[in-house]
Design a protein around this ligand. Sequence first.
Ligand SMILES: *Cc1c(COP(=O)(O)O)cnc(C)c1O
Length: 354
Amino acid sequence: MKRIDIKKLIKPNIRNLRAYYNAKEIPCRVKLDANESPYGFEINDKILKSIKTNRYPDPEAKNLKKIIAKNLRLNPENILFGNGSDELIYYLITVFDGPVLYPVPTFSMYGIISQALGEKTIEIPLDNDFDLNMEKILTAIKKQKPKLIFLSSPNNPTGNCFSADRILKIVEFTSSLVTCHLSLVVVDEAYQPFSSEKGFLPMLSDYKNLVILRTLSKIGFAGLRVGFMIADREIINEVNKVRLPFNLNSLSQAVAAALIKNPNTIKLHIGLITSERERLLNELWKIRGIKPYPSEANFILFKVKNSDKIYYRLLKKGVLVRNMKGVVNGCLRVTVGTKKENNIFIKALKEVMK
Ligand SMILES: *Cc1c(COP(=O)(O)O)cnc(C)c1O
């Protein structure tokens, strides 16, 4: 074969991209790196038999939409599905103009997808409490006029919710016809089910420029890839133009619909995870040299000296957490697992800290 430099054919903005973190290859005993739920669901034969493999899926996922709308007391017309909320982030940045503003550190996909689609990004550092730095954000809005703003609340990887009044201020500031700083504000509520705050669904009807992202991934269905956005009809219609027609496959639609019909088990799991989170936080506080940050999500960020070394020592003991090197230096992020998994993690951490 002739030697061809494929790189020459690649768009410059893609050439400099790096593929998203992939931990599937790292062997471990306890997997606490990807904010998955430790509790999965069994899929029974009745569900599987309802799936017609030779037919295309329902492009609108009407049945699943109806169930989610009912659970969250929403109008189905305000919901649009993605193959995970990642896909919806992709669609939103495809449809709406840049620049794209988001605080940092935050979920890496806002930056990766912006770069992939050639949109300029505006990264604003969070303040010392990991909250939104309003002065810097409002100045950036005035000067650089972002058309899209992503706010992950609770924020990944810091775990906290941003102050609701600050989020609201941004939504208001960017919806004002007087100041003409119009932007779409996307509040990514991937971790909302674990939070003690009420979130932004109740605000949707007040602000047309507000979009909310939700996902089933963190509550036990990461393998199904079901995310959804909730927004004004007009926004849904625009995003629907770029959505690939069959983005949610039949298996995911049928399984998700059957398993979330009765939300009690999911709620039970969420209760177990949040109470384990508080126990884990307490345990982490007790370990000398560890500084954990409070969390409203299903993971905990903690600071530790020689974080890189600690990460590899934990891995040697079979415990996989997320190394936040380059994102929040000196920090590791641990997903809340089952009681047993958390105990293995705590025991291993105490040993490697000695
Ligand atoms: C995990 C995560 C997502 C991605 O969710 P999927 O529905 O699995 O694509 C989106 N936003 C944040 C902040 C996340 O942490």
